[in-house]
Design a protein around this ligand. Structure first.
Ligand code: 5AD
Ligand code: SF4
Length: 481
């Protein structure tokens, strides 16, 4: 219990307020890591395995930023000294993948007993999953959830210092902590959180339970971050939130998402602005107008429809009908003619019938999506839909899923020919994976383009003639080349 006494002394000296407290623990961690590096004569390494959505990837950038700050070096495999899994639980198969992979870590830990293994993210906000890790995966040392990722340095220090397992999961989110490190993978593109959590409670969705209530970051903090990113050379930002259209509604002096966009647009150096995700019920005319007028907001909108059947939409608690959704799409297309529209669709919701699926296929045809993520409904315990009666055999659901997917692909292929022969501006992202004499980038509408070019183009926005539509991407030619 010597360690425990020492640990209590450390706690006494730690500042109470954040982010000072975490800065203190980062320094403490760095001291430990430095000492250990000298003892073993090599760097200490870390590796992350991130599952799920852009929110999780953004969280991992923050966790990696903290790890780099305290002296860990990024490894290129899971054979590292600190490995964390940032988990997703939106569908059942995400959980299965996590546990499947976790087993391999045990063998690495046998070879390297100093290895620390952590689990965090959405799955760890579910008490039954935490118990499973606690009892079945005893080689996992640190467990935390979605609300306290900023505390990584403190939790890690505790694990390193006391050599005990550390479990710290908060049921509810507290204040938003600003000004902690973050490590970005790409120099010219960045995600920026504008809000956390979700209040919509779609009946199938576990997100409101694991990510908590909606909380918006203050506009001045967001703009300051965007300015900093611009100064670092970032050209494209993605504003992130589960439901960006309800940004700022809870402030004492409310501000709309459209107003926030106008503020962010003014930041010099930022050339492209994307955002994710929009809920159709909250998408305002003001936002459509800002999009139509903007030279920076990208011509792409992800507008999840989930289903085309009014009956199912009601059971899903989505608060719109098929007609309302399609009217919104029409309005958007009129105001922003070159808009590319993408969506999410769930097939196999409890009680879904053939007529319901026909309605969904009809929406795909009428909305003319450029692409769509189609998911098979996955029952998440604790959600209202989990208590609804399921009446469809798996084969029926799979057959319907295939039909929806076919229609999605047919429409998407047509949509992705629209710009053939035109010139589009491409932000070049990387060398083409299949042909190293070519580069790959994206148009404002998010379409992928491959064309002849070299590394000097990466990070630049250049005009490209879109010579050939290939179904889901274009082959182009650099203009004037
Ligand atoms: N089953 C299947 N798909 C789901 N999604 C959310 N919850 C579930 C679930 N229980 C899908 C929705 C959402 C996307 C991020 O994941 O389509 O828009
Ligand atoms: Fe889930 Fe609905 Fe919130 Fe999206 S809007 S995160 S689907 S509850």
């Amino acid at each position: 219990m010597e360690e425990q006494r020492g640990w209590n002394d450390i706690l006494k000296n730690a500042p109470d307020n954040e982010p000072d407290r975490q800065r203190y623990f980062m320094i403490k961690c760095r001291e430990l890591i430095e000492r250990r590096k000298r003892e073993i004569g090599r760097d200490l390494t870390f590796y992350d395995q991130t599952f799920g959505c852009q929110m999780n990837f953004k969280d991992s950038e923050k966790l990696n930023g903290i790890l780099e700050e305290i002296g860990y070096v990024k490894a290129d495999s899971e054979e590292a000294d600190f490995v964390y899994y940032n988990t997703c639980t939106v569908r059942e198969n995400a959980n299965i993948r996590v546990y499947g992979r976790l087993g391999t870590l045990k063998t690495f830990k046998k070879k390297n007993p100093e290895m620390i293994i952590a689990m965090c993210g959405c799955m760890m906000q579910e008490p039954e999953e935490v118990e499973k890790v606690r009892n079945t995966f005893r080689f996992v040392d640190v467990v935390f959830g979605t609300h306290n990722i900023y505390k990584l340095a403190e939790l890690l220090y505790r694990a390193l210092y006391t050599r005990e397992r550390v479990f710290d999961i908060w049921e509810k989110a507290e204040e938003i902590i600003e000004d902690l490190p973050s490590d970005r993978k790409i120099s010219f593109k960045a995600g920026v959180n504008i809000m956390f959590g979700c209040d919509n409670f779609c009946s199938y969705c576990i997100v409101p339970y694991v990510r908590g209530r909606e909380r918006s970051r203050r506009p001045e903090d967001i703009v300051a971050e965007v300015k900093k990113l611009a100064a670092e050379g970032v050209k494209e930002i993605m504003l992130l939130g589960q439901n960006v259209n309800s940004y700022g509604k809870k402030f004492q002096e409310p501000i709309s998402f459209a107003q926030l966009l106008r503020m962010v647009e003014k930041v010099d150096g930022i050339e492209r602005i994307r955002f994710m995700t929009s809920h159709p019920k909250d998408l305002s005319d003001e936002l459509i107008q800002v999009m139509a007028e903007s030279g920076k907001i990208c011509r792409h909108l992800h507008l999840p429809v989930q289903s085309g059947s009014d009956r199912i939409l009601k059971k899903m608690n989505r608060h719109y009908t098929k007609d309302q959704y399609l009217t919104l799409v029409e309005k958007l297309r009129k105001a922003v003619p070159d808009l590319s529209l993408t969506t999410d669709i769930i097939v196999g919701f409890p009680g879904e019938t053939e007529e319901d699926i026909q309605e969904t296929i009809d929406v795909v045809r009428k909305a003319r999506y450029d692409s769509a993520f189609t998911f098979i409904y996955s029952k998440r315990s604790g959600t209202p839909a989990a208590r609804m009666e399921e009446n469809n055999p798996d084969e029926v659901i799979h057959e319907r899923f295939d039909r929806v997917l076919q229609e999605v692909n047919r429409v998407a292929r047509e949509q992705n020919q629209k710009m053939q022969g035109e010139t589009g501006y491409v932000l070049v992202e990387s060398i083409d994976e299949k042909d190293e004499t070519m580069v790959t980038g994206r148009l404002s509408n998010n379409n992928v383009v491959h064309f002849k070019g070299d590394t000097s183009l990466i990070g630049q926005i250049v005009p490209v003639v879109l010579e050939e539509a290939k179904g889901f991407y274009y082959i182009g030619r650099l203009k004037d080349a």
